[in-house]
Design a binder for this molecule. Structure first.
Ligand code: BG6
Ligand code: GLC
Length: 885
C-alpha cells in the first residue's frame, strides 16, 4: 500500500533530466523581453550587480521578512582586510492577524519593531543605511524600489500587492518621525543568502533557499537579461522558481497529494514547485479520499499550533507584537540553513519532516507531561538532523548527476539572509563611494568640446609656424617638405624594391607595377623582426641587419644579386632637400640606435650595402609612412590628399600649396608635407590637457618631453596610460581588491591589441577577465573587468578625439587654402590601432564632423601598407627621370 503511494513520488533520472530541460526553457522564456509575460519562472532582475569583494566597511541595518522569522539585524563590517563581520540580531513576532490584516498595519508594526531595535542598540539617532530582505515575488525597478507582485507563504496583508514596499516602509517611518534611516536596497532572501556566502567565498554566484518556501537566484550576464537596458556586466536574477509548473507543465509529475495540498493552500494553482509542508493535522499518507486539508496560516505553523511544539525549547512569552524573542550575535548557532528544507532557528521549533508527524500523532507528542517527552524530543531532533543531512546529500548527488560538467560546491549559509541584505547595502555603499572617486579620476581624461576646439586651434597655429621660414625653428609641428609633388598617372611600370621600417613590422617588398591596360600593382613581401637590441644599439648594427634582411629576401625571391630602384619607407622625422635624401632629425617610437640622428639614412643604407658587397641598390626615395599611405590610397582614389597613421606612433601628411611651403623655393603647384604632428605639445601646448598618467608615461619613455601628442594617441603608449590609471586605482583600493601585483607594475604589459580586444562589443566580461588573467592579473573579479574596460574606453576615446581635432585642423586648412565653403576630401589611413580598435574610427569621424563641419571627409583604410606607396613614388621618380633623359 505504502509502496503504491510512494511510487508516484519517485522520479527517475530520465524524469529529472526532462524536468531540468523544461526548467531551462522556462528560464529562457523568463529572460526574454517578449516571452516574459507568459513565463511561469519570472527571472526577476534584482539590480544587484556586484558581490562583496571584502573591502566593504561600516554599520548597516537589515530587515529580514518572509522566512520563518521576522528579524532585524545590525551588521558591523570592518574593511580592515580581515573580513570581520559582527552581527546583533533580534527576532520579532508578526501576529497572524497582521499577516492577513491591512498593509498599513503590517508596515507600522515592522517600523515599530525597527524603532524598538534601534532604541535597544542605541543607534536611534544615527541615519544608517538599511537593506530590506523581502522574500516575496516582486517586480523590481531599482535597487531600492520593488513592487510586490503577489503575497506567498501565508501572507495576505491588504493593499500591498502592486505597491512599492520600500515606499511603504519609508512612509511608515516618516509617519512615526522618531528616527530616520537610509533604505539602500531591497532584496529577496535568495539574494541575501548568496551575498552572505559571497562575502566569505567570492565564487559564490548562486543563492538557494529551501525553507518555508523555495527559490533561487544567480548572477546572470546582462546581455541575456532583456528586461533591463545595457549589456555590460552581470546582474543577480531572482528566479522565483516556486512558480515553475503553474502553467501546467508539471502536471504529469504531480501526485494526488500535491494536488490536495495545493487545493487547500492560500493560493491554489500557484507556487506548485514550492516545497510545502502538509498541514500538521493531516498526515501525508492519508488516502486521497480523505478530506482536503484546511488552509493554514503559515506554511510553518506558529509555535502554539505546531503539533510538536511542546517539544520545542521554551519561548519567552510574547508580551506584545513587537516583543523581542531573542537577541543573538554572530557566534550564536546558525539561524538558517541553506540547501536545507527546514529553517533551523534555535528559538522556533523545527517543523517536523512529514513522516515524523505521521508516525507520531500530535495527540501523543504534544503532551508536555509525557514521560517519553525527553526521549521523543531527542529522537525528533535526531531524525530532523538525519533528514536534513539526507536532503542535502541527495541534492548534491542529483546536481552532480544532472550537470556532471559543473563543479558545484554547496556552502551552507550560517548567518541567514539578513546579513546578506546588509552586505548588499554595504556593497552598494562601497560602489557609490568608489564610483564617485573613479569618475573624479577619469573626468581628467574626458575632454569637452571646447577643449577639443582649443586643441584644433592650437594645432592650426603650430602648422602655420612650422610652414613659415621665420618660425619653423621654434615650431613643434615641423611640417617637413617631402618633395613628393605628383601622384601616379598610370604610365609607371617596372619592378621596385621597398623597405618599410618604423611600424610594428619591418618589411621588405618587391613591387611590380604594370601600366596601360594591365595597370596593376603586384606585391610580394616578407616580414622581419628588428630585435630591441638593434633598435637601441649602434646605427651600423641596425643598418647591417636591414641589409642582411634585403639579401635574404632577394634570395627568397630568387633574385639574388639583382639591382633594383628602392623606395625606403622610413617612418621617423626626416629633413629632406630632395626625394632621395632623409636626414634623421630624431628617433621616435622607442628607436635610439646611435650615430643616426643628423645623418642621411639613404647614405647609411648605401654604406651598409657596400659593406656586404653582395648586391647594389639605388635608393630613389625616402618616404615617410604617412606619405606612403597617402600614395597607396591615392592610386585608387584621386581625392586622397591626406595620409594618416594611427599605429605604434601617429602622424599625418597632406598636399599643401607650394606658396605656403616656405622652406622650399617656388610657388607653383602642391607638395606633400609630412607634419610630424606627434611632436605637438612638446613646448607645453597640451599641458593643460595632460593628466598625471600622461606625465608618468612620458617620464618613463625613451624620449621624455618629446612626442607629447603622440603619447596621448598612439598604440605604443595607450596601454601604458591605461596601466598607470589601473595602478592608481589599485593603490587607492578601487581595483583588484587593492592588491598591487608585480605584473601590474611591469611596463608594457598592456599592448594595443589587448586594448582593442577588451573594448570589443561582442566580448563577454568573462573574456575580458581571461585577457586580464592572461596578463597575469589573476585575481581580477567581474567588477574589475568592467572597470578595466571603462578605463580602456575613456583612454581610447580621448585618443580618437585628439586625433580628430588634429585632422580637423588639417582638412580645414586645405579648405581655406582653396578658398572653399565646402570641401570633399579622402584621407588614407593606416596603423594597427586604427585598424583593430573597434571604436577608434567611429569616434574620430564623430569628432571630425563636429569640429570641421564644412568638410566631408572620407576615411579610406590602406590595405596594402605604405610600402606600395613608396614603390609608386619611386616609380614616378623613375618615370620623370626617364622623361628628362
Ligand atoms: C603599416 C605601414 O601598414 O602601418 C607602415 O606599412 C606603417 O609603414 C604602419 O608605419 C603603421 O602602423 P603600426 O601599427 O604598424 O605602427
Ligand atoms: C612617429 C614618427 C613619424 C611616423 C609616425 C607613425 O611619429 O616620428 O615619422 O609617421 O610615428 O608611424
Amino acid at each position: 500500500q505504502v509502496d503504491k503511494y510512494l511510487y508516484h513520488m519517485r522520479l527517475s533520472e530520465e524524469n529529472l533530466m526532462d524536468v531540468s530541460r523544461r526548467f531551462r526553457r522556462e528560464m529562457d522564456k523568463g529572460l526574454g523581453r517578449d516571452t516574459n509575460l507568459t513565463a511561469s519562472v519570472k527571472m526577476l532582475p534584482t539590480f544587484v550587480r556586484s558581490t562583496p569583494d571584502g573591502t566593504e566597511s561600516g554599520d548597516f541595518l537589515a530587515l529580514d521578512l518572509g522566512g520563518t522569522n521576522f528579524r532585524i539585524l545590525l551588521v558591523k563590517v570592518s574593511g580592515n582586510g580581515k573580513q570581520n563581520v559582527e552581527m546583533e540580531n533580534q527576532i520579532y513576532v508578526i501576529p497572524e492577524t497582521l499577516m492577513r490584516g491591512s498593509g498599513t498595519e503590517l508596515f507600522d508594526h515592522i517600523t515599530e519593531c525597527l524603532a524598538n531595535f534601534m532604541e535597544k542598540m542605541g543607534i536611534k539617532e544615527k541615519k544608517l543605511p538599511l537593506g530590506f530582505t523581502f522574500s516575496f515575488p516582486c517586480r523590481q525597478t531599482k535597487l531600492d524600489e520593488s513592487f510586490l507582485v503577489s503575497w506567498t507563504k501565508g501572507f495576505r496583508a491588504g493593499g500591498v500587492e502592486g505597491k512599492d514596499v520600500v515606499g511603504l516602509l519609508r512612509k511608515a517611518i516618516k509617519k512615526r518621525g522618531d528616527f530616520d534611516i537610509d533604505i539602500v536596497a531591497v532584496i529577496n532572501d535568495t539574494v541575501g543568502t548568496m551575498m552572505t556566502c559571497g562575502y566569505d567565498d567570492h565564487h559564490c554566484e548562486i543563492g538557494l533557499i529551501v525553507g518555508t518556501g523555495t527559490n533561487a537566484c544567480y548572477m546572470e550576464e546582462m546581455r541575456n537579461l532583456e528586461l533591463v537596458e545595457g549589456d555590460e556586466g552581470r546582474m543577480c536574477v531572482n528566479m522565483e522558481w516556486g512558480a515553475f509548473g503553474d502553467d501546467g507543465s508539471l502536471e504529469d509529475l504531480r501526485t494526488d497529494f500535491d494536488r490536495e495540498i495545493d487545493a487547500g493552500s492560500l493560493n491554489p494553482g500557484k507556487q506548485l514547485c514550492c516545497c510545502r509542508l502538509p498541514p500538521p493535522t493531516h498526515p501525508p499518507f492519508s488516502a486521497s479520499s480523505s478530506p482536503p486539508p484546511a488552509p493554514y496560516s503559515s506554511p510553518y505553523p506558529p509555535p502554539s499550533s505546531f503539533p510538536c511544539s511542546a517539544s520545542a525549547p521554551p519561548l519567552p512569552p510574547p508580551s506584545s507584537g513587537s516583543a523581542p524573542l531573542t537577541t543573538s550575535t554572530s557566534s550564536s548557532p546558525p539561524p538558517l540553513a541553506l540547501c536545507s528544507s527546514f529553517a533551523s532557528d534555535t528559538t522556533s521549533p523545527p517543523p517536523s519532516p512529514t513522516y515524523i508527524c505521521s508516525t507520531h500523532p500530535p495527540s501523543s507528542a504534544s503532551s508536555p507531561s509525557s514521560f517519553y517527552f525527553p526521549l521523543l524530543l531527542i529522537l525528533l531532533l535526531l531524525l530532523f538532523f538525519l533528514l536534513h543531512l539526507l536532503f542535502a546529500r541527495r541534492l548534491h548527488k542529483m546536481v552532480r548527476l544532472l550537470v556532471p560538467d559543473c563543479d558545484v560546491r554547496f556552502l551552507r549559509s550560517e548567518d541567514g539572509s539578513g546579513k546578506g541584505a546588509a552586505m548588499v547595502t554595504a556593497v552598494a555603499h562601497r560602489l557609490a563611494e568608489q564610483h564617485a572617486e573613479r569618475q573624479r579620476v577619469l573626468d581628467a581624461l574626458r575632454l569637452s568640446r571646447e577643449q577639443l576646439l582649443e586643441v584644433k586651434r592650437r594645432m592650426e597655429g603650430e602648422m602655420k609656424k612650422g610652414l613659415a621660414r621665420d618660425t619653423h625653428e621654434s615650431a613643434t609641428v615641423k611640417m617637413l617638405p617631402t618633395y613628393v609633388q605628383s601622384t601616379p598617372d598610370g604610365s609607371e611600370r617596372g619592378d621596385f624594391l621597398a623597405l618599410d621600417l618604423g611600424g610594428t613590422n619591418f618589411r621588405v617588398l618587391l613591387v611590380r607595377v604594370r601600366s596601360g591596360k594591365r595597370r596593376s600593382v603586384e606585391m610580394h613581401n616578407k616580414i622581419y623582426a628588428i630585435p630591441q637590441e638593434m633598435m637601441q644599439g649602434t646605427g651600423e648594427e641596425l643598418f647591417d641587419h636591414i641589409v642582411h634582411c634585403i639579401g635574404d629576401f632577394l634570395e627568397y625571391m630568387g633574385m639574388k644579386g639583382a639591382s633594383l630602384p628602392l623606395g625606403f619607407t622610413f617612418s621617423f622625422p626626416c629633413h629632406q632637400t630632395r626625394l632621395g635624401e632623409g636626414i634623421l632629425l630624431k628617433w621616435t617610437k622607442g628607436f635610439k640606435a646611435t650615430g643616426c640622428e643628423g645623418e642621411d639614412v639613404a647614405v647609411l643604407l648605401k654604406d651598409a650595402i657596400h659593406r656586404t658587397e653582395e648586391f647594389d641598390l639605388d635608393v630613389v626615395a625616402v618616404v615617410n609612412d604617412t606619405v606612403g599611405t597617402m600614395m597607396t590610397c591615392g592610386y585608387e582614389d584621386h581625392l586622397c590628399e591626406v595620409g594618416l597613421i594611427v599605429g605604434t606612433g601617429t602622424n599625418a601628411c597632406y598636399m599643401e600649396e607650394m606658396r605656403n611651403v616656405e622652406l622650399v623655393e617656388g610657388d607653383e603647384g602642391l607638395m606633400c608635407v609630412n607634419m610630424e604632428w606627434g611632436a605637438f605639445g612638446d613646448c607645453g601646448e597640451l599641458d593643460d590637457f595632460c593628466t598625471e598618467f600622461d606625465r608618468a608615461v612620458d617620464e618613463c619613455s625613451t624620449n621624455p618631453g618629446k612626442q607629447r601628442f603622440e603619447k596621448m594617441i598612439s598604440g605604443m603608449y595607450l596601454g601604458e596610460i591605461v596601466r598607470n590609471v589601473l595602478l592608481d586605482f589599485t593603490a587607492k583600493g578601487l581595483l583588484f581588491r587593492g592588491k598591487l601585483s608585480e605584473r601590474l607594475k611591469t611596463r608594457g604589459i598592456f599592448e594595443t591589441k589587448f586594448l582593442s580586444q577588451i573594448e570589443s562589443d561582442r566580448l563577454a566580461l568573462r573574456q575580458v577577465r581571461s585577457i586580464l588573467q592572461h596578463l597575469g592579473l589573476i585575481s581580477s573579479t567581474c567588477d574589475d573587468s568592467i572597470l578595466v574596460k571603462e578605463v580602456c574606453t575613456v583612454v581610447a576615446r580621448r585618443a580618437a578625439q585628439l586625433c580628430g581635432a588634429g585632422l580637423a585642423a588639417v582638412v580645414d586648412k586645405i579648405r581655406n587654402n582653396r578658398g572653399l565653403q565646402e570641401l570633399s576630401i579622402t584621407v588614407g589611413v593606416d596603423g594597427t590601432l586604427y585598424k583593430l580598435h573597434p571604436h577608434f574610427s567611429t569616434v574620430l569621424k564623430e569628432t571630425l564632423r563636429d569640429l570641421a563641419p564644412q568638410c566631408t571627409v572620407t576615411l579610406v583604410q590602406s590595405e596594402d601598407g605604405s610600402g606600395k606607396g613608396a614603390a609608386l613614388i619611386t616609380a614616378v621618380a623613375c618615370r620623370l627621370k626617364e622623361g628628362k633623359k
